[in-house]
Ligand binder design. Sequence first.
Ligand SMILES: Nc1ncnc2c1ncn2[C@@H]1O[C@H](COP(=O)(O)OP(=O)(O)OP(=O)(O)O)[C@@H](O)[C@H]1O
Ligand SMILES: [Mg+2]
Length: 252
Amino acid sequence: MYEYRIEVKDLNTWFGEKHVLKNITCYFEDNSVTAIMGPSGCGKSTLLRSINRLNDLIPGFRLTGQIFFAGSNIYDPDRNVYELRKRIGMVFQRPNPFPMSIRENLTFGPRLHGIKDEDELERIVEDSLRKAALWDEVRDQLDSPAVHLSGGQQQRLCIARALSVDPPVLLMDEPVSALDPISAGKIEDLIVQLKKEYTIILVTHNVQQAFRVSDQAAFLYMGELVEFDKTKRIAVAPEDPRTEAFITGRIG
Ligand SMILES: Nc1ncnc2c1ncn2[C@@H]1O[C@H](COP(=O)(O)OP(=O)(O)OP(=O)(O)O)[C@@H](O)[C@H]1O
Ligand SMILES: [Mg+2]
């Protein structure tokens, strides 16, 4: 049932002396969107990046606790991090297509993971672009440089690129905050579509966006998980005064 559910248990993280995440326990269900919200510097990106071990390379980073993915702790010493990142994809705040053609952006990951068959690669290109709602706009220019696309198209390409290796989980760190409202709206719609097949964890400091697209929401404040529940409940009746202050715009 919960094959791809992620479970965070007693997570604490430090950058040097700075204790950034404090006793975080939460979980992420299949086929759902969880929004992680909170003011700048509260630890949203740190939490997200802990889930595919992107913080590991930062000097001075330290972590205690566990994050279970498909039944095992992703911080087990014998865990293959490369394989983990294939299964937990990531989309960043600024669109960062590779300086290659649209097609090559989408075949890069699959090739790296050993897919050589050209027909299969073509199928992946089309599938990923369709899932990212970009196919119709770029089908006639697959060999053009990806950086010639608009910002919103580049971000959908980055989503397609993340999907090209077929990860069950997608992490998104403020994926629309660098985009114009129309492009942002398209990506919000896309997120709602994608949750039918993926587990999506969306970092945002935009409360209205969190309420529009998420099923569950986490509110982080100064490294603490202040509130974690169904979005509907938090939206109408936040339990903690800090959550209420945040969602009504009084903090953050
Ligand atoms: N590479 C790093 N080295 C040292 N400290 C860091 C590093 N990355 C983050 N921090 C610190 O960890 C804390 C949490 O940062 P994080 O980036 O997780 O916040 P955030 O909630 O994502 O903020 P924002 O909304 O501004 O993106 C901050 O105090 C930040 O200074
Ligand atoms: Mg951040």
